[in-house]
Design a protein. Structure first.
Length: 265
């Protein structure tokens, strides 16, 4: 294999690492909303990477809403958490249909298999962690603490990935879900949505505890598609509150064929 081919293989991995490091510095407050990042030359020197790697990382951060790239002016930090917490849900989902489809499409490919693996590989400590998250979520949802519920929702899915026992799957899931940019910051503001998600999580945990991979896979699919149905209801003029745990909305139909194939295994 030529050195150039090796570089082509390494670049996506390096770009993900750089995006993760820069994202962490933004969360830590080293770069504030509205502030311009250092020049590409300076960032390349500080991070020890090439410009193509840096630019790929910056594009990834822009796609997640951390940055605005202004050609000729540089990359500027955005307050992504505040943006998602203050948008009008109906307008936001109408403007971001492709993002919603891609977000849940990717999760539907990955997370049912993670749940199936977790059902076989989870140790007692993993199951205890999942139960503790559900107990905390029950309390914060009862108190109407939506922000805390969102964080626990994300923690629950990450804990399942850890229980699956595959570090690469954890890394892949982390590339999709992010506490600051996760679109559940919008979704969980729909009436009743945190409670619906919480019930879905209880079903997922029960399936994992049953040690039945096919059941865990199917229940995860149902939980993810429940969120898609709520978005459909919202865009069609409903209240966005799922009344059922089965069925498919139009977003869900985008992935129903693949979901059926997975759950039939």
């Amino acid at each position: 294999m030529t050195p150039r081919a090796l570089q082509d293989i390494e670049r996506p991995r390096l770009a993900r690492e750089v995006a993760k490091r820069l994202g962490s510095t933004i969360r830590e407050g080293r770069f504030l909303p509205g502030q311009r990042l250092p020049s590409e030359r300076q960032l390349c020197l500080e991070l020890g990477v090439s410009r193509p790697v840096l630019r790929e990382a910056l594009r990834a951060l822009a796609a997640k809403g951390f940055l605005e790239i202004r050609h000729g002016s540089g990359s500027f930090v955005l307050d992504v958490a505040a943006q998602l917490s203050n948008v009008d849900p109906i307008a936001w989902f109408k403007e971001n249909r492709t993002l919603v489809r891609d977000f849940y499409g990717a999760r539907l490919v990955l997370e049912p298999e993670i749940a199936a693996l977790a059902s076989g590989n989870a140790r007692p400590a993993h199951l205890a962690r999942l139960r503790a998250i559900l107990e905390s979520a029950d309390q914060v949802i009862a108190r109407g603490q939506i922000g805390a519920a969102i964080g626990l929702d994300i923690d629950f899915h990450r804990a399942i990935a850890e229980a699956a026992g595959n570090a690469f799957l954890c890394e892949m899931l982390d590339a999709i879900i992010d506490t600051d940019t996760d679109l559940r910051r919008v979704l969980h503001r729909l009436p009743g949505r945190p409670a619906v998600a919480h019930r879905g999580h209880a079903h997922i945990l029960a399936a994992i505890e049953s040690r039945e991979p096919a059941r865990a896979r199917a229940v995860m699919v149902a939980a993810l598609e429940s969120a898609l149905r709520d978005v459909d209801r919202l865009l069609k003029g409903g209240d966005g509150h799922s009344q059922r745990e089965d069925g498919h909305g139009s977003f869900a139909r985008m992935t129903s064929t693949n979901s059926a194939a997975r759950t039939s295994r």
